[in-house]
Design a protein around this ligand. Structure first.
Ligand SMILES: Nc1nc2c(ncn2[C@@H]2O[C@H](COP(=O)(O)OP(=O)(O)OP(=O)(O)O)[C@@H](O)[C@H]2O)c(=O)[nH]1
Ligand SMILES: [Mg+2]
Length: 379
């Protein structure tokens, strides 16, 4: 019988013998397990792997920056934790469009962006990038909101499974996008913006400048997808809008897009809205007297917190009510997806944009789409 001690010595000798055989027969093993390597715990520098000489690179400066440009920015509201989704959206923005146009990016957040967030973003583009901190009062729930009433409504929405119904940050975001993003210090110098969200997909090349199109055609608002809003998030929104219309008839132009919003001449709201995760718009329209009064009227009613008014219906009602209908543009040549819906350009536009979406996977005239209600305004 072997004593336990003899057993241990035998196993150790086998292990050591194997180690020495492998050290001499496999240099890589010897290198990886050498004492100096284990002690220093440092990575060996990588071999050069035949680097491609600089003269092979072709930096395509010839396609950059047309001399005629709009005063515009691509704007993204984001948290530090949104970085992965932002990178996905921004890389596509660059590849499909902005590599050629180099419009500046503006990032906004109610907390300071982390060093990692900024470094990652700056690697993705040659365009200028600015990172802004949203002032406290532009973001958080105002003091004059009755918190007991607001929290009772949140509890109710949680019980009824209303999406984001229990979230205060989501409400802050909706109110900020409705009435504050265009007033931010970094945004003041711009006239046009393109709003981009994390985790969206752009399917096609965009070989023209949509900002110049907006400018030349005097458009104020551009969209890609239009759908109805959840009823439970806006029970009193339309009554509040009707009060505004009654108090401010002079701010409502004739020939607006009311027939997109209402099936009965303004009596009730059909809940159609432009899906605001994609927007190309004129900041001066939001900053103008009519929309400012409109937003203040809605804000004072408290529905951003007592209900869960979204920035999509608020922007959409604002644009459809306060602008002549010709100033709203459907970007039917942009292929776009934000979960769970996508639209895909058709026939010639599909070819022209070299789109990679399946043209049959297109939300435009699905039963849930509000595009027919937008179309009917122009027929
Ligand atoms: N800084 C900041 N940004 C936010 C916050 N909540 C949402 N956002 C941003 O606001 C935009 C809209 O938020 P989302 O969470 O995408 O809302 P949504 O599109 O209605 O819902 P999803 O289906 O989750 O995409 C995105 O650009 C987010 O990154 C927040 O608390 N802080
Ligand atoms: Mg989103």
């Amino acid at each position: 019988m072997m004593t336990p001690m003899r057993y241990v010595v035998l196993v150790l000798s086998v292990v050591l013998t194997l180690h020495f055989i492998l050290t001499f027969s496999h240099p890589a093993y010897g290198d990886a397990t050498s004492f100096s390597r284990l002690l220093s715990n440092q990575q060996k520098p990588l071999p050069p792997h035949g680097t491609v000489p600089d003269e092979y690179y072709w930096y395509d400066n010839s396609t950059s920056v047309s001399s005629r440009r709009a005063n515009a920015t691509i704007v993204m509201l984001a948290r530090n934790s949104d970085l992965r989704g932002i990178v996905k959206s921004m890389k596509q923005m660059e590849d499909r469009f902005n590599k050629k146009f180099r419009y500046p990016y503006t990032f906004l957040n109610e907390e300071p962006f982390s060093a990692k967030f900024k470094e990652t973003i700056l690697e993705l583009t040659d365009a200028p990038v600015e990172f802004g901190l949203i002032p406290h009062d532009d973001w958080y729930q105002p003091e004059w909101i009755d918190e007991a009433k607001a929290s009772a409504s949140r509890e109710d929405m949680i019980k009824n499974d209303v999406i984001y119904g229990g979230s205060v940050p989501y409400r802050n975001m909706c109110r900020f996008n409705s009435g504050f993003f265009y007033k931010q210090e970094l945004m003041r110098k711009y006239k046009y913006y393109w709003r981009v969200e994390p985790d969206v997909t752009f399917f096609c090349d965009l070989d023209y400048d949509p900002f110049l199109f907006m400018q030349d055609e005097q458009k104020v608002y551009g969209f890609t997808i239009t759908i109805p809003e959840y009823e439970a998030t806006i029970p009193t929104l339309w009554d509040t809008v009707k009060d505004f219309i009654q108090e401010n008839p002079d701010l409502i132009p004739s020939g607006n897009a009311m027939d997109y919003l209402s099936d009965d001449g303004g009596e009730t709201y059909n809940r159609c809205h432009f899906w605001s995760n994609f927007e190309i718009g004129d900041l001066d329209f939001w900053r103008g007297e009519a929309y400012e009064k409109f937003f203040d009227h809605l804000d004072r009613a408290g529905g951003f917190y007592y209900e869960r008014w979204g920035d999509a219906p608020v922007h959409s009602i604002g644009a459809a009510l306060l602008a002549p209908k010709e100033k709203i543009h459907f970007f039917h040549d942009i292929g776009y997806r934000h979960e769970p819906f996508q639209r895909c350009p058709q026939s010639d536009e599909h070819r022209r944009g070299k789109c990679w979406c399946d043209a049959s996977e297109n939300f435009d005239y699905e039963w849930y789409s509000c595009l027919p209600k937008f179309d009917r305004v122009f027929t």
